[in-house]
Write a new protein. Structure first.
Length: 66
């Protein structure tokens, strides 16, 4: 999964990109949750799980957003 797909799915849940530092995009959720999304064409599964966890979502919730 690439970073664009992740940002698109998170935006459906109310997350928005607030800033970028190098190759990392920081997104903020409606509840003040923050997550860091690496700007890579291939995000590793462990990194993706960490992003989902930082956003306070379950794997099922995230997959439903796709």
């Amino acid at each position: 999964m690439n970073w664009r797909d992740v940002l698109k799915a998170l935006s459906k849940k109310g997350f928005r990109a607030v800033r970028q530092r190098g190759s990392h995009i920081i997104v903020e959720g409606p509840n003040g949750d923050f997550a860091v999304v690496p700007r890579k064409n291939e995000i590793k599964p462990g990194t993706l799980l960490s992003i989902i966890e930082q956003c306070g979502l379950t794997k099922k919730e995230f997959l439903d957003l796709l």
